[in-house]
Design a protein around this ligand. Structure first.
Ligand SMILES: Nc1ncnc2c1ncn2[C@@H]1O[C@H](COP(=O)(O)OP(=O)(O)OP(=O)(O)O)[C@@H](O)[C@H]1O
Length: 309
């Protein structure tokens, strides 16, 4: 970044590469040739590849660890199970911390490449998943990549997975608004993105960050489908009673949504049994049938599906 001239006119400007500030910039030749102005061909590839995916939904969070991957897995399993005639998939673009292979119970599976692209891994007949986790030698391998390499991997994930015809694609992202988000949003810009679901916990520190994420959506013109408040209450593993352990001192996500004019999709309780299912890669809908998590999830899914085609 230090190499960018202080008064850089920007790659899309008419004076790109020709302004006095461009003298000595390593990108001067590319900018003045107009190459940098051309749209990334990946945008068209992603649009074509995802043309058979009816609904594409990003799952975002401001803070890490608030349960974004868990909510992605819960939503995808629930939608797949309650709509056996629909095809559902999860794309995990959390390059540095992919958790979907573990949470969906397909850790150690291999993805195969054919003439038509990468084949995703099937969790159920109508639920598939693709994640960088499948491409790592070992789940403990660290991915230490700079922005351009992550950008390339996201482009490949969005344009080269052979999903077939899909009704719902849930895209699990890393926390915050980083390279991965900007890449995903750019590549999806012509792919008719349905919108984003934001995940937070009730504490003020998490809400502060999710406000920034909502602002990011407004700025890059992504429709906010709604906010899920995860870990709203705690379900005691012994007596199964609920209590508030993270009191929402400022009214929690519901109040924030009212203030910002975005839908509140509902809350999900903190249930240690859910965390165990995620660690063990078990199907929580089967293990936790009849639990508060599954009951509350129904409301969240109803809200999400209302926004879908
Ligand atoms: N409602 C819940 N009840 C119990 N445990 C939960 C719940 N939601 C998430 N967890 C647990 O909290 C931990 C973090 O969840 P998760 O990995 O989904 O968060 P994340 O926001 O995706 O994290 P990251 O920012 O690292 O991607 C996991 O161990 C998960 O099992």
């Amino acid at each position: 970044m230090s190499e960018i001239p202080e008064h850089c006119p920007g790659v899309t400007s008419d004076t790109a590469g020709k302004a006095s500030a461009c003298a000595g910039c390593p990108n001067q030749t590319v900018c003045s040739s107009g190459e940098a102005k051309k749209p990334d061909p990946g945008i068209g590839l992603v649009r074509d590849r995802l043309s058979q995916v009816r609904n594409k939904i990003l799952i975002l969070s401001g803070k890490g660890g608030v349960g974004k991957s868990t909510v992605t897995a819960l939503l995808s399993r629930f939608v797949a199970r309650s709509n056996p005639e629909k095809n559902v998939a999860v794309l995990d673009i959390d390059i540095c911390g992919p958790s979907q292979p573990r949470v969906l119970g397909v850790l150690g599976e291999q993805v195969h490449q054919s003439g038509s692209g990468w084949s995703p891994v099937y969790v159920e007949d109508n639920l598939s998943v693709m994640s960088i986790g499948f491409l790592l030698g070992s789940p403990d391998d660290a991915v230490i990549w700079r922005g351009p390499k992550k950008n390339g991997m996201i482009r490949q994930f969005l344009s080269e997975v052979d999903w077939g015809s899909l009704d719902y694609l849930f895209i699990d992202t890393p926390p915050g608004t980083s390279d991965e988000h900007l890449s995903a949003v750019t590549y999806l810009s012509e792919a008719d993105l349905t919108g984003a679901i934001l995940v937070t916990t009730p504490q003020e520190v998490a809400l502060l960050d999710v406000r920034k994420e909502i602002d990011f959506c407004f700025k890059v013109k992504i429709k906010v489908l709604g906010v899920v408040e995860n870990m709203s209450t705690f379900v005691c593993p012994t007596c199964r009673k609920s209590s508030e352990i993270f009191p929402a001192s400022t009214g929690g996500a519901r109040r924030m949504c009212e203030e910002l004019g975005v839908p509140f999709l509902g809350g999900l309780p903190l249930d240690p049994a859910l965390a165990k299912c995620c660690d063990d890669g078990e199907d929580f809908l089967a293990v936790l049938e009849g639990s508060r998590v599954v009951d509350d999830l129904k409301d969240v899914v109803t809200g999400v599906l209302k926004c879908c085609k």
